[in-house]
Design a protein around this ligand. Sequence first.
Ligand code: SF4
Length: 406
Amino acid sequence: MMRLDPFAADDAELAAVLGDEPAYRVRQLRGWLRRGVDDPAQMTDLPTGLRERLAECLAPPARVLRHSTADAGLTHKLLLEVGEPGGAEAVEAVLMLYPASGHRRARATVCVSTQAGCALGCPFCATGQAGFRRQLTVGEIVGQVTAMDRRLRDGTIAAPTNAPPDAGQRIPDHVTHVVFMGMGEPLANVEATTAAVRWLHDGEVGLGLSARSITVSTVGLLPGIAKLTELGLPITLAVSLHAPTDALRDDLVPVNRRYGLEALLAACRDHQRSTGRRMTWEYILIDGVNAQPDHAEQLARLLTRRDAPRVAHVNLIPMNPTPAVPWHAPPADQQRAFAAVLTDAGLPATIRDNRGGDIDAACGQLYADYAVGSGRVLPAAAEAWSRLPVDADGAAPGTRTGGGAV
Ligand code: SF4
């Protein structure tokens, strides 16, 4: 029997589960969910018998399998088991804490997964190598945020112990931002993603986050971008571009063969017209593949075209060492030169400070455990690794010591 996802349920569905209980029980139940408490056993103002019934009727809360920390306590990864026993999946959520600095407020950003695995097979991504397992439900997505939120509120996650004495006040005691950039392609699970965005934004039944503090990342699934445009909330759209031409993007982001760059730019323009939000571009820097000076020039030309959507930020992401993937980042001076070409063209570009590298929590590394453990590599990715240019220092992709599974 499929149990009810309380985060996706309307009042009538919750009332049906509550049976003959008085009408105010719906409000009580909503109150717990709004505070991120999804385990009926912890809903202490409900009668014990009702809590037991809810535990049978509602989808089970996520179970924490592992909590790892990195970056002196500023990055936390939860490995969560979600779903019914027997159909459970392991998913990962990452919390990144940014203490206040200057006039910038402290932030607590959760990066959530939307799928167990991913079907889109980008050859630089560990998740892509693991393949697709299943979609996550609305409750399984927002449950990653509430699991972190509860830990911030109850002090389980607090200021790093080596921080200055006043740093406790400088780290938020609740989640302030959510980015849909974890395992999976959010817009390949667009109904659950948009419902999760609505819940996170809704101040009545959900967490009440500002839409501006929510970012949805996509490799460019156009029907999904259209859905986000219909949603009409001024969230930030982040598109993982990773290549400045269709020819190279066809290899690095295989879905580009279906939705090419021109159509992608048009969809992003529509989203911008509807929401008024500038967008973010994500660009992974891979040595010898997409990070040479001519790639930077091509990218600058593409993003400054008269008909290009207005840019809030170009995020340059040095390729993380990912055991299942034989590529790596270019040297730091090459990264800086790439960024300089963009900033000289008037684009606000920065090189991302990768968080959580030593707990496999950085981009493209989620699910690395699975990809490495299983030895699974997509044939299409292995093909891309052999077809794309050799590294700048002459080593062919896949031939480096410790380079991974191929
Ligand atoms: S980069 Fe994103 S879309 Fe591509 S395989 Fe990885 S998770 Fe999927």
